[in-house]
Design a protein around this ligand. Structure first.
Ligand code: ZN
Length: 380
């Protein structure tokens, strides 16, 4: 049993609550308000002195087991460590697999997701990867959704030279499995779509699925701002009610945060826009002939830099939505993305420079005064 009282926190829940106290018991926030009068045995108190406190970052696209492999075994990206998530303020992650369906198995992804949960953050996963037929842990998408609590949906690549080039009927069948499997499992059920540079190919299929009767809420495209056509079609998709995800780093804009602002300018509902890192994915560089000439590993803290820019542009309340609240709501992640009684105690404390000084995940202090105090199993 642990009881912690955070005094004088300037909370953006994301709604601004002003300076309040937050009482945390074990994993949960149990009370929040000004000058809480608390009497509990072994109560710890930390006075935050009016520093900003926000919900932890939620990232729905991280290659926790390492992505890459497009240039042979030597280009397989390394696994993610717990400290990287803590340093980037990420308290909830959805693990994802990528191009390599041969050496990166989906059970291996599940194992890593379970390890991260045990190490102190909250971790979910997309089953399958780029390919079709899909690869799952059990014998089917429906069974993965039903039997594996960590699975919230399925990944697929569209409009990409590394995809399986499924037809619209193939994708519709998969969406049907996700929708019905989700119903049976009691989950929303999503198709997380990796968009390549052929935006028209991808969206001709996705829009046809919607036109054919598939509710748009099941379709979740990502990498929306990496190519102009993909971006134009993504904005149109959001305007018809879809949720779009902008990846930090490489985009057609100077900064990925500019894509978020551009979507809002185009009339997209801000609550339908999210950001993710694609961390530990490989970022292949191609020459004009399509030959790969180099490789980078996408960083874990990419979204935080965009978040800082978005705070400047539109304030804490709205900026928190793009990296936390909108993800929790749109993915149906109970207890996440908000600071309120009953929610998980996933919190970030910020200094005046909008840098993370303290990070708490599931009620446990992971970073304190800028120092990471909880390490992963094999970190020292
Ligand atoms: Zn990726």
């Amino acid at each position: 049993m642990s009881q912690l009282l955070l005094r004088r926190a300037n909370v953006f829940a994301p709604t601004p609550l002003g300076e309040v106290d937050i009482l945390i018991v074990n994993q949960h926030i149990v009370a929040i308000g000004p000058d809480l009068n608390v009497s509990l045995p072994d109560l710890q108190e930390i006075d935050l002195g009016g520093r900003v406190v926000i919900p932890g970052v939620i990232d729905q696209h991280i290659h926790v087991t390492g992505g890459g492999g497009e240039g042979g075994p030597v280009t397989r990206c390394p696994e993610l460590t717990l400290s990287e998530l803590i340093g980037a303020g990420i308290t909830t992650v959805v693990g994802v697999s990528g191009t390599d369906s041969v050496t990166r198995s989906i059970p291996n992804l599940l194992g890593k997701v379970r390890a991260l949960n045990a190490e102190g953050v909250t971790a979910y996963m997309w089953t399958s990867n780029y390919q079709m037929p899909v690869c799952t842990v059990t014998d089917s998408v429906r069974m993965d959704l039903f039997a594996i609590p960590e699975v919230i949906g399925v990944k697929l690549a569209l409009g990409d030279h590394r995809s399986s080039f499924p037809t619209q009927q193939d994708v519709m069948h998969l969406l049907s499995d996700i929708r019905v499997g989700g119903m049976i499992a009691g989950k929303p059920g999503f198709l997380h779509v990796h968009l390549g540079d052929l935006g028209n190919v991808a969206y001709d299929i996705l829009d046809a699925c919607c036109d054919g009767g598939m509710p748009i809420k099941h379709i979740r495209p990502t990498h929306c701002a990496r190519h102009q056509t993909t971006w134009d079609r993504s904005v149109a998709f959001a305007l018809r009610g879809g949720v779009i995800d902008v990846t930090a780093g490489h985009s057609i804009f100077d900064f990925a945060s500019d894509a978020v602002l551009a979507a809002m300018d185009a009339g997209v509902d801000p609550t339908r826009i999210t950001m993710s890192t694609d961390a530990h994915g490989s970022m292949p560089r191609f020459d004009e002939n399509g030959v790969m000439v180099g490789l980078d590993v996408a960083p874990v803290n990419g979204v935080w830099e965009d978040f800082q820019r978005l705070v400047q542009a539109c304030g804490f309340e709205r900026a928190i939505g793009f990296v936390s609240t909108n993800l929790a709501k749109n993915l149906g992640l109970a207890g996440k993305g908000e600071i309120k009684a009953g929610a998980d105690a996933d919190l970030l404390v910020l200094n005046d420079a909008c840098e993370i000084t303290h990070m708490m995940a599931k009620g446990r202090m992971m970073m304190r005064d800028g120092q990471i105090v909880v390490k992963g199993t094999f970190e020292h």
